[in-house]
Design a protein around this ligand. Structure first.
Ligand code: ARG
Length: 464
């Protein structure tokens, strides 16, 4: 088959070279964006008098027809036509004849592919932002039900101080909020249009790039044609923001895996989000959070892969850049898929309030509060820390917790102890008095939930 660029060649392309250089097996995912970009391009060409209105109408009708046929699966892509751009152009020429060849006036595949990628990311970044919002809504719902639910708070995975389960979950709300804001911010740069940059140096035709931008809903046009065709940092930014997002998803998933173990038993994931074992009938495995944790690796890989592809490239377009696509598609699909599972998994999980409560009773996480108690009775904090350390050691030796010691036992360590020590030791009290801004007291958690609810749905409303 003759190539769209075959004029200068006297020999056919080696078959293996054809396979190596073709991107159609994966860039067919850009079909819709490619047609969208072309429709705007021809309209601009006609408005600028570069092609006639009849030509524009014929090409527009042809592109729409090709789009429909692609959606219905009626067209077969060919490796000989290399990529989505040349395949669609060939389909168009088949559909409407040689006038289809006018579509490529004043543009190159280099500015075309960059435009397709911008359009693709614009749509998917907005989808991802909405999906993050769904996860946040599920977190808020669980948090609202569990403001008074007490769970051990950990540092070094050692019990540290009791916290509200809502507070713990809401920590992830705020991480996701920053992820959402990072993605939203990246859209500002995705919103630059490369089309009209030509192969690298601009075009001799009197095109109107601002008009194309307007037709495609872009805010700005790249002011430098070489930058326009070589820039992939908008993808790097997306992959970076996605990597951070996946880090958060992975950490939360890890908590779910630990919490649903028999040792912790703090939560139970809904049956519909777990799987069984082919050999051990008792097993209910948290495969979903495990896989979400693991999928983080692919997204990091996609980021590092593209950084590596780009790091040594001179200006302007280099064929290396064709390798920008699979990682981007993979990240979009991985992130969207992960978020779609996470929201209902959180919404349907069962919180074992009693087990959490038992865990809090059976630990020493109220030790700081006894130290603070002695301080309010006049003892310097350092000295109080030392006294409580001895009390904890003594309790451990006796196989008791701080709630199990009686007043005499306390008074043996300091005469400052009085009956009110037992109020101070109660987990509700320990949690309730951490009432500084952003702390774990129910009052602060309620305040935090109010702030959080204001963030839900807001980004979608402001979407362009
Ligand atoms: N398939 C190519 C890519 O994805 C399109 C641009 C090709 N440009 C070129 N000069 N060969 O990067």
């Amino acid at each position: 088959m003759s190539k769209l660029w075959g004029g200068r060649f006297t020999k056919d392309t080696n078959k293996l070279v054809e396979e190596l250089t073709a991107s159609i097996s994966f860039d067919q995912k850009l079909a819709r964006e490619d047609i969208q970009g072309s429709l705007a391009h021809v309209q601009m060409l006609a408005e600028c008098g570069i092609i006639t209105n009849e030509e524009m109408q014929s090409i527009t009708a042809g592109l729409n027809k090709v789009g429909e046929k692609i959606e219905k699966g009626e067209l077969t892509y060919s490796v000989e036509n290399e990529d989505i751009h040349m395949n669609i152009e060939a389909f168009l020429i088949d559909e409407i004849g040689p006038v289809g060849g006018k579509l490529h006036t004043g543009r190159s595949r280099n500015d075309q592919v960059a435009t397709d990628m911008h359009l693709y990311l614009k749509n998917h970044t907005n989808d991802i932002i909405k999906l993050i919002d769904d996860v946040q809504a599920a977190i808020v719902q669980q948090a609202e039900d569990n403001i008074e639910t007490i769970i051990p708070g950990y540092t070094h995975l050692q019990r540290a101080q009791p916290v509200s389960f809502a507070h713990h979950m809401m920590a992830y709300f705020w991480m996701l909020q920053r992820d959402k804001e990072r993605l939203l911010d990246s859209l500002e740069r995705v919103n630059w249009l490369p089309l009209g940059a030509g192969a690298l140096a601009g075009t001799t035709f009197p095109i109107d790039r601002e008009r194309t931008a307007e037709l495609l809903g872009f805010d700005k046009v790249y002011p430098n044609s070489m930058d326009a065709v070589s820039d992939r940092d908008f993808i790097l930014e997306f992959l970076s923001a996605s990597s951070i997002l996946m880090t958060h998803i992975s950490r939360l998933s890890e908590e779910f895996v630990i919490w649903s173990s028999e040792e912790f038993n703090f939560i139970e994931l809904d049956d519909s989000f777990c799987t069984g074992s082919s050999i051990m009938p008792q097993k209910k495995n948290p495969d979903v959070p495990e896989l979400l944790r693991a999928k983080t690796g692919r997204v990091y890989g996609d980021l590092v892969g593209l950084l590596t592809v780009l790091k040594g490239l001179p200006l302007a377009y280099n064929k290396d850049m064709q390798e920008d696509k699979e990682g981007m598609f993979d990240t979009v699909e991985t992130v969207e898929g992960s978020l779609k599972l996470l929201a209902p998994m959180i919404a349907t999980m069962n919180v074992n309030i009693d087990t959490m409560r038992k865990a809090v009773n059976n630990d020493y996480s109220n030790a700081t509060d006894i130290a603070d108690y002695l301080v309010t009775k006049g003892m310097p904090f350092r000295e109080a820390h030392e006294v409580i350390g001895k009390i904890v050691l003594n309790a451990i030796e006796q196989g008791k917790y701080l709630l199990d010691l009686n007043l005499e036992e306390y008074q043996a360590f300091s005469p400052l102890f009085e009956e009110d020590i037992f109020e101070v030791l109660a987990p509700e009290h320990v949690m309730g008095v951490r009432n500084s801004y952003g702390g774990t007291s129910p009052e602060q958690v309620k305040m935090q939930l109010e702030l959080a609810k204001d963030k839900l749905g807001v980004i979608q409303d402001s979407e362009k």
